[in-house]
Design a binder for this molecule. Structure first.
Ligand code: GDP
Ligand code: ZN
Length: 459
């Protein structure tokens, strides 16, 4: 095990939670809390036990907080070091007071962002893909996204990567052995071996990439644009989705002042509603930002919700919007079904080109469940939910997998061209290295530092 100093940080989100947790990790963790804890002698208690008491500033009678303290001795802890968690009253002030008290004690310092997880990694408790999953878990926006991060943390991706690397090693070995049997045509044999074994690795990696898109959606939210003519009900739809779906996660101001992203959870699909200034402020995407600009806004969307007015029927502008979203994932919404209808349904079906059509009255709150079902069907119908699937949801992993596939392709090409066997082996070796970077088996220090610095403080 590596030697580290003792660190501490608040490990619950800042805000008005019912409890807050201050966590310590390192050799001095138990002793440090013991200095300020009045209750049992914490240095004598059994590991993995919880104790009630008061935190007092040493040398005074000042009670800082009433707390529950968990003592967890190495190595069966998250960091594999001694860990103490102080459960104190929630709220920024109370938690900060406890943290301050701890930091007043000797030989303890504030943890850097991600440092607890980094220690877990450096002490061999988790590998890099698991560490990244911790980060995803923190950011997970819905239950489903949480499951993806959980299964990654449990090491599914790590296991698969290890198996595939093993298969690549076997390929390299088989090619090597094959040179020693001159009675066979070595080049031909090499080609057969590489195609069989490395080809299999490539197929599995390609399947993984297919799941990446869903993984990305679960992690980042499905970029969704609500479009339509003025007054068809775009704002009403936005408001309905925001109110209906219980778990609105955040409202984050985007990079530009005019862009707001709202996350809503529609039956487990996290939608990132892109509300461009054009849609939100002026009510008229076509007029205000113009067809050209709206096309641009659409280009970044994974899903379009095109709202039509069932009362007025189809207009030339509607047809222009259909043209703008040709070939894109879309759900067509006929709104205002509470009013007399004049929609030309055969024309609409042609324009919709097989994409789902849902009728709603946003005014009467009708058809909303059908709309939500249509959204979730679009993304979960194809067995995406299947539990035994290993998702990759991380841009770094995707990039490494793509690169591994390229390197396997090079090996396949070299073998097919009957190039010297060393050349084929070099390609395979590269693929083996690249794949290893996912778990951090072949990763450089600088990358590790950069990755862990992205964590929230206290994780
Ligand atoms: P936007 O311009 O597309 O954003 O449309 P709004 O959401 O601002 O709605 C325009 C008007 O249509 C408002 O007066 C809404 O109350 C009304 N409206 C929205 N949905 C319905 C509906 O389903 N039925 C009826 N009758 N009116 C609606
Ligand atoms: Zn509006």
């Amino acid at each position: 095990m590596l030697e580290f100093d003792t660190i501490t940080a608040i490990s619950t989100p800042m805000g008005e939670g019912a409890i807050g947790i201050v966590r310590l990790s390192g050799d001095r963790a138990v002793e440090t809390v013991g200095r300020v804890f009045s209750g049992k002698d914490l240095t004598k208690v059994e590991s993995h036990t919880i104790h009630y008491g008061k935190l007092k500033r040493p040398g005074t009678d000042e009670v800082v907080d009433e707390v529950m303290v968990s003592i967890m001795r190495a190595p069966k802890t998250f960091t594999r070091e001694d860990v103490v968690e102080i459960n104190c009253h929630g709220g920024i002030v109370a938690v900060n007071r406890v943290l301050e008290l701890i930091l007043e004690q000797p030989d303890i310092r504030l943890a850097e962002p991600g440092e607890f997880t980094k220690r877990a990694f450096l002490n061999g408790r988790i590998d890099l893909s698991q560490a990244e999953a911790v980060m995803d878990l923190i950011r997970a926006k819905t239950d489903r996204a949480m499951n993806v991060a959980m299964s990654q943390m449990e090491g599914r991706l790590s296991r698969l990567v290890r198996e595939l690397r093993q298969l690549l090693l076997e390929t390299i070995a088989a090619v090597e052995v094959n040179i020693d049997y001159p009675e066979y045509d070595a080049e031909e044999m090499t080609q057969a071996i590489v195609e069989d074994k490395a080809g299999e690795v490539k197929r599995v990696l390609e399947q993984l990439l297919e799941t990446a898109r869903q993984g990305k959606i679960l992690r980042e939210g499905l970029a969704t644009a609500i479009i339509g003519r003025p007054n068809v009900g775009k704002s009403s739809l936005m408001n309905t989705l925001v109110q209906e779906t219980k778990a609105i996660v955040t409202e984050i101001a985007g990079t530009t002042r005019d862009t707001i992203e709202e996350y809503v959870n529609v039956k487990g699909v996290p939608l990132k509603l892109i509300d461009t200034a054009g849609i939100r402020e002026t009510e008229d995407i076509v007029e205000r930002i113009g067809v050209e600009k709206s096309r641009k806004a659409l280009a970044g969307a994974d899903l379009i919700l095109l709202v039509l007015n069932g009362h007025e029927g189809l207009t030339v502008e509607d047809e222009a919007l259909f043209e703008a979203i040709a070939g894109m994932n879309a759900i067509i919404i006929i709104n205002k079904t509470d009013l007399p209808q004049s929609m030309d349904s055969s024309k609409l079906e042609k324009l919709a080109a097989g994409r789902p059509i849902v009728a709603t009255s946003l005014l009467l709150e009708e058809g909303i469940d059908a709309l939500e079902k249509a959204i979730s069907n679009l993304f979960f119908a194809k067995g995406v939910e299947s539990q035994d699937m290993t998702y990759i949801s991380n841009a770094r992993h995707i990039q490494l997998i793509k690169r591994t596939i390229e390197q396997i392709d090079e090996a396949l090409g070299s073998a097919a061209m009957n190039l010297p066997i060393d050349m084929v082996q070099i390609d395979l070796r590269r693929a083996w290295d690249t794949l290893g970077e996912i778990n951090g088996d072949t990763v450089q220090e600088s990358l590790i530092d950069q990755l862990f610095s992205q964590f929230c403080l206290g994780k």
